[in-house]
Ligand binder design. Sequence first.
Ligand SMILES: [Zn+2]
Ligand SMILES: [Zn+2]
Length: 237
Amino acid sequence: MPELKVNLLEKEYHCLICQQLMQPTTEIVPCFYCGKREKADYVCPNGHYICEECRLATPDEIVRKTCEASVEVDPLRIAFKILSHPAIPMHSPVHHYLVACTLLAALRNATKFKAERVTFDDALRRGKRIPYGSCGSLGVCGAAVGVGIAVSIFTRATTMSDKERSLAMQAVVEALKNIAEIGGPRCCKASTFTAIITGAKFFKNLETSIQIPEKPQFCSFMSVNEDCLKERCPYFR
Ligand SMILES: [Zn+2]
Ligand SMILES: [Zn+2]
């Protein structure tokens, strides 16, 4: 009987975050998104590891898990982490609640504000009420509303509040003005960056110790955005 020879080719995996070739490992490493530490089979040369739950996560789950686990005080750094996940589309209503959740996570990390799973679920629920394309059809970009959601949750504003209600609306006005100045066609990434930077400045003026993000020097999404504004975009390099 002839000897059965099986050519077991080594499988190659590329990092979902930085596309480098993953290397075999036996180490216990933290998940890039949720922070869970577990024994990994592969890790990338830049130390990226994604647990199975996060690999298969929906956009809602990846936003919530990343915000729950983050210790960052710069909300844009949290946002970039989430935006690197393959489940997040180039343009989508995910960006509306992503803005709210990243601002709330940075506030929790920088102040005594408590943001737990229910807080992020609340922000998600509120953000989902804003339809896709609201910028063009309603005249309100959902990323700007995301700033209003964060201010409303942070100050516990309601329809009956005095200052808190005004603050939430003023935050949306500022973010919306800055987003409108960019021009179109819409770019959910440019709107997200602008909304988060505006929101962080707004919270800084409320005397919180949130970190105001630096303006991104390079947009890694320009190559995948068919409608990129290129030279007209403040983040284009
Ligand atoms: Zn990597
Ligand atoms: Zn994970």
